[in-house]
Design a protein around this ligand. Structure first.
Ligand code: BG6
Length: 511
């Protein structure tokens, strides 16, 4: 897709300021990504990284922590000593609280020095990797210190802000946050990250759809019976109870990652492969989804929470026993939703979305279930042949498979399902940059295709808000499920009512 043209383009030198630099994301994802970009020759040898955070720390201490983090989390390790020496001398630590104006003025002085010393040309990438409650004030302080302004006479001296999810808790708070951000940064300077868009297989959805002639003609209500999107996780909330209590699966996963997958599957062909053309089409999909009435929430959504249980023979705690979780919490760790996209292409084709923690299998998949062929020639039971199913495996075992009906070998004609399978690693080798590598590179290159635009976020929230409102008032009731299961029984009933069943995630891979 659009960014492919950038794949081998290295980024211009800039200063990357990471707010919340002592947090998990910096250690697990951001510094490993910057190191790998360096390894691949895609990060300029003049680019500077400044970690901005509250805890007192010297540059040296910060560098040592980052080295350890890269050695632990990088896809390429151990760290190459020479590359690291070169990168480390351009990594600095800036100690300040997020509210302290003086900390931003001293940051401005530091950035001016960096420009002189490393020739970063006034290009700045601010990465907001803090708790979302800090976003507003960081942006405001950056603005007050003149750090958001762009020079109208020098388009090369850009200022960009990467914002991590969650973008608000609902439509009202998302709007408020967006207004806040847009007071300092123009929308073209804002890069909202959804790491799913950095995954190679997610980017492949558009290539698959629009670079192949045979799928697009059947990609509509005349040929498709229904579509399933699943993101399943085998782990529980793993110590993130405090965060999860404020989110729940609907906000944490569905509002962003699953909705993004949905828009890429359902969108019309864009007029061009550029950021705005693609995002215009994605927004059109979201606008075609009618927000639910409370009655529809009761009928078409399921929320669940994992109970204590046993996984792989070992006892596991329930969500209510997780640290930071209220003993009577109603927060969902599982969500399933049936959505209709009311447009010409998809009218009458249900999209079933589900995501949950502590499920039976780990993986993210989209499956397109096509209408079945008439069974008249084959005496199929009930007159129906099994549907052809096209499964797009986002992770793991990234690939694509098509379920077809085939003749079982033998003297009589018996039909059995068979898979035609394509695996990324087999076809192209195992090199696959991490999502954050691609996204950081794109932000430095000014390609916003894989980032979320303001109207996308807000349209997604208007769908989610209606569901949250009913859930908060107890409809439908929270259903408990066993860890290591496929989620609550109510989710099976959601499909059973339509005469359908959920896919067994990863079933192809485990064949
Ligand atoms: C994050 C969520 O955005 O995505 C986590 O906050 C979730 O709760 C994670 O575990 C899943 O991402 P991935 O890339 O492992 O599928």
């Amino acid at each position: 897709m659009a960014g492919e043209k950038n794949a081998a383009t290295s980024a211009p030198p800039c200063a990357i300021v990471i707010f919340g630099a002592t947090g998990d994301l910096t250690a697990r994802k951001l510094l490993p990504a910057l190191y790998n970009l360096t390894r691949d020759g895609l990060l300029s040898k003049s680019t500077v990284v400044i970690g901005f955070a509250r805890r007192p720390k010297t540059d040296e201490e910060f560098r040592a922590e980052m080295l350890e983090a890269i050695n632990t989390f990088s896809r390429c390790k151990p760290v190459d000593a020479e590359l690291w020496r070169d990168l480390a001398q351009r990594i600095f630590y800036h100690q300040s609280t997020f509210e302290n104006a003086a900390g931003y003025h001293s940051l401005a002085d530091r950035l001016a020095d960096v420009d002189k010393k490393f020739k970063t040309g006034g290009r700045r990438l601010y990465y907001l990797s803090t708790s979302p409650t800090e976003f507003g004030q960081i942006v405001e302080r950056l603005g007050d210190a003149g750090l958001g302004n762009i020079d109208p006479f020098n388009s090369q001296a850009w200022r960009r802000a990467i914002v991590e999810k969650p973008f608000g808790r609902n439509l009202a708070t998302a709007r408020e946050l967006n207004q806040h951000i847009n007071r300092v940064f123009d929308e073209s300077q804002v890069y909202r990250i959804d790491h799913y868009l950095g995954k190679q297989t997610v980017q492949n959805l558009l290539v698959f759809r629009f670079a192949n002639g045979i799928f697009e003609p059947i990609w509509n209500r005349r040929y498709v019976d229904h579509i399933q999107i699943t993101v399943g996780e085998t782990l529980g909330v793993e110590g993130r109870g405090g965060y999860f209590e404020n989110a729940g699966t609907l906000r944490d996963m569905v509002q962003n990652h699953l909705m993004q997958l949905l828009t890429l599957i359902a969108m019309e062909p864009p007029v061009a492969l550029d950021g705005d053309a693609i995002r215009d089409e994605k927004v059109r999909v979201l606008k075609s989804i009618q927000p639910f009435t409370p009655q529809e929430v009761a009928l078409y959504t399921v929320r669940g929470q994992y109970s204590p249980g046993t996984v792989d023979g070992k006892p596991t705690i329930g969500y209510l026993q997780e640290r930071g979780v209220a003993p009577d919490s109603q927060t969902e760790t599982y969500a399933a939703v049936k959505l209709d996209i009311n447009n010409w292409r998809w009218h009458g084709v249900p999209f079933y979305l589900r995501s949950g923690k502590h499920l039976k299998r780990q993986g993210s998949e989209v499956s397109i279930h096509f209408n079945s062929a008439p069974g008249v020639l084959f005496n199929a039971p009930g007159g129906n042949l099994a549907r052809n199913i096209l499964t797009l495996r986002i992770q793991p075992k990234e690939g694509i498979s098509l379920l077809i009906n085939a003749k079982r070998p033998g003297t009589v004609t018996r039909i059995a399902p068979a898979h035609m399978d394509f695996e990324y690693n087999e076809a192209f080798g195992s090199y696959s940059p991490e999502a954050y590598e691609r996204l950081l590179l794109d932000a430095m290159l000014g390609d916003s295709t894989l980032f979320i635009r303001r109207d996308e976020v807000e349209s997604a929230w208007s769908i989610i808000d209606r569901i949250e409102e009913s859930w908060t008032s107890g409809t439908p009731p929270l259903a408990m499920y066993e860890p290591g299961s496929w989620g609550p029984q109510a989710a099976n009933e959601l499909l059973a009512r339509d005469g359908r069943t959920w896919d067994c995630l990863g079933a192809d891979a485990s064949r």
